[in-house]
Ligand binder design. Structure first.
Ligand code: AMP
Length: 296
């Protein structure tokens, strides 16, 4: 495994790869790798000639009251797992390397960051967009692979890639789950065994909502109520948000249209641990007569 710690060395390495016509795949992470991250590396390995993974716990996307200090870290384990999955290079910069003294620039998106995660975690997406821009400029990949798990983040990255003309092929790969449906996350290490089991209800709620959509339900309030009812069946869960939104814009009309892609999104707390999850569904193109709502 080649480990690169400076932006300059990373750029030189990438330029060399490009000179020999190698297609570069990139997987940005904050480390403490799990099967979700590894699936992104494997995907990139299939599509590209060389896979670069970054491991950087980015301070600017954490609020002062969040878990930057306690975020789990284990570089040696990450190195082993990444190599096994097909990663050849780890970009592992220090905080000082990414944000030198007198650093001043922030990348900020106006619309897609307004609600949900952006509202609950003000400045989070500024941190994400800024660090991903810097990582894109350091690694200069042909393809970058992100997880569906962070739904709003996928919209932010796609929009930023388009608006700032990075020209990178941004690919979104499916969410990898534990056997009880819990989406894998480095933060799951914070959960007690009991909470980890109970967290399976999040996926149950998402699946029940998806079933209702498949059966023709298209009224936002009804769908949100189905999702929230299931989540409330576990009293230890505190809902931050649980909603069905348009999957492209995150807008919330009263009724979703036939053929419209929607995202079922959840953020909730179990104890002190905040979990997020989502799934995409499509409103059937022919809603069944009983459920068809005149609102559309
Ligand atoms: P993180 O280390 O949490 O910043 O995540 C790095 C990348 O891995 C992001 O693109 C995440 O969306 C993705 N990711 C995290 N968890 C999963 C998962 N369970 N399945 C698929 N991708 C994931």
């Amino acid at each position: 495994m080649k480990i690169i710690k400076t932006v300059q060395e990373m750029q030189e390495f990438s330029a060399n790869m490009k000179r020999s016509n190698k297609k570069i795949g990139f997987v940005p992470t904050m480390g403490f790798l799990h099967e979700g991250h590894l699936s992104l590396i494997k995907f990139a390995d299939e599509k590209c000639d060389i896979v670069i993974t970054s491991i950087f716990v980015n301070p600017t996307q954490f609020a002062p009251n969040e878990d930057f200090e306690s975020y789990p870290r284990d570089f040696e384990r990450d190195e082993r797992l990444a190599a096994k999955a097909g990663c050849e290079v780890i970009f592992y910069p220090s905080v000082r390397e990414m944000y030198p003294k007198n650093y001043q620039t922030t990348v900020s998106l106006s619309k897609v960051t307004q609600k949900f995660e952006g509202e609950r975690r003000p400045s989070h997406f500024n941190g994400v967009a800024t660090v991903v821009s810097k990582l894109f400029n350091a690694v200069r990949p042909d393809m970058a692979v992100f997880g569906q798990k962070d739904f709003q983040q996928t919209l932010v990255i796609k929009k930023m890639n388009e608006d700032l003309n990075f020209g990178i092929d941004v690919v979104i790969a499916p969410t990898i789950r534990e056997s009880n449906g819990l989406a894998m996350s480095s933060r799951n290490t914070y959960l007690s065994e009991e909470h980890r089991e109970k967290a399976g209800i999040i996926f149950v709620g998402i699946e029940e909502t998806r079933n209702a959509i498949d059966q023709g339900e298209n009224e936002r309030k009804v769908l949100n109520a189905i999702l929230q009812r299931v989540l409330r069946s576990v009293p230890e869960i505190r809902i931050d948000y649980a909603a069905v939104v348009d999957a492209d814009t995150m807008e919330e009309p009263e009724y979703y249209l036939p053929g419209e892609k929607v995202a079922i999104i959840v953020a909730c707390y179990l104890g002190k641990t905040r979990l997020i999850d989502n799934a995409i569904a499509t409103i059937p193109s022919r809603l069944n007569e009983d459920n068809f709502k005149e609102g559309i």
